[in-house]
Design a protein around this ligand. Structure first.
Ligand code: PLP
Length: 367
């Protein structure tokens, strides 16, 4: 009986689709008559190999990954990729890399890259407290830069790129962190050198990252790159150089198959737009009772931060009542306060509608 399930608005790990959990539950002890749980299987046995291969194939179909890109499944999350990107694209450690900082995560990516290459800040929205994205024509990109890094969706600030930046200096590729909007909408992979992100928000449970890497960017890592951070290690070994996070890979595969069967990423985008609209409309129609600090143009479809004009105690009361009513993890990130509703792919529209109704009711009772 799964009727006790909450609407979980956590930024991650996040809600999973109920049918995926139920399918995993059904197969937990004896996976399809193999007499074993996926939790127990050798990653080199034929049962898991076929789970892994099917997941990759479905992912490639879903995202429409071109032939000349590799998909690798890695550990260490997106945070490890911050270092891997620089180590693989800047082999002497002197090459330039330009970062657009639009919030906490792009700042972290820049900080890490600085350890391994000449990483600089090409533009920042710091002056607006990271509530917007600097216009493309203001970016100060350096000739000779090996890559330009963006965070497609800032999970904490709730700002999201609406278009893929183009017109980079010759030889520079776009590297993008998709951790919090992976598989939320169609993307044109050809515009990127590397797309990467952890799976624990919009795809599956924690423990794995997925990177889509243009083939010519693999095999040139700095000589002292740890084996596990060298893209070629994973690309040459089907992401099985060492023991992969098998169960997370399996759950990801269930999600990919589900998304394909439901019309793929265009269908997902349509649903996500509808869901986000319900919340933003509620905030905008509240006559300033609720406020969303982000620039209208870049409002995230995935993470909706908001504050209550009455602040302090009323905000606390709001969060307490929301939690009592079964809306899980609505508290904003400790660095910005307020509330934040993360509404990834697996959040049903009813969850968002229920939250909107709660917000309206709370306002009418505490106006
Ligand atoms: N990038 C973004 C946009 C994130 O939201 C997060 C995690 O919250 C990270 C990177 C770090 O991901 P991980 O925990 O997988 O290292």
């Amino acid at each position: 009986n799964n009727s006790n399930r909450k609407y979980n608005f956590s930024a991650g790990p996040a809600m999973l689709p109920l049918d995926v959990l139920e399918e995993a539950q059904k197969d937990l002890v004896d996976y399809k008559g193999t007499g074993m749980s996926v939790l127990e299987m050798s990653h080199r046995g034929k049962d898991f190999m076929s789970i892994a291969a099917k997941a990759e194939q479905d992912f490639r179909e879903l995202v429409n990954v071109p032939e000349n890109y590799k998909v690798i499944f890695v550990q260490g999350g997106a945070s490890t990729m911050f270092a891997s990107n620089a180590l693989n694209l800047c082999p002497t450690g002197k090459e330039k890399a330009d970062f657009v900082t639009t919030g906490a995560w792009s700042k972290k990516a820049l900080g890490e890259a600085k350890k391994f290459c000449d990483a600089g800040e090409a533009a920042t929205s710091k002056e607006s407290n990271f509530s917007t994205i600097p216009e493309r024509n203001t970016w100060n990109l350096r000739d000779g830069a090996k890559f330009v890094h963006i965070c497609e969706n800032e999970t904490i600030g709730g700002v999201e790129f609406k278009e893929t930046p183009v017109g980079l200096p010759d030889g520079a590729v776009l590297v993008a962190d998709h951790s919090s909007n992976y598989l939320s909408k169609p993307i044109d992979v050809n515009k990127y050198g590397i797309i990467y992100g952890g799976v624990q928000k919009n795809i599956a449970c924690a423990g794995m990252g997925i990177a889509i890497i243009r083939e010519d960017l693999i095999g040139n890592a700095a000589p002292n790159t740890p084996t596990m951070l060298d893209f070629s290690t994973h690309s040459e070994n089907e992401s099985m150089y060492n023991t992969p996070p098998c169960y997370t890979w399996y759950i990801s595969g269930l999600v990919f198959a589900k998304l394909l069967s439901e019309g793929g990423l265009s269908a997902m985008e349509k649903r996500n737009q509808e869901k986000a609209k319900v919340l933003y409309d509620t905030i905008d129609a509240s006559a300033g009772y609720y406020n969303c600090p982000t620039d209208l143009k870049y409002r995230s479809m995935m993470n909706v931060p908001f504050t209550l004009a009455k602040g302090g105690d009323v905000e606390k009361q709001f969060l307490k009542e929301a939690s009592d009513a079964g809306f899980e993890s609505l508290k904003g990130h400790r660095s910005v306060g307020g509330a934040r509703a993360s509404i990834y792919n697996a959040m049903p529209k009813e969850g968002v509608e229920a939250l909107a109704a709660f917000m309206k009711d709370f306002q009418s009772r505490n106006a």
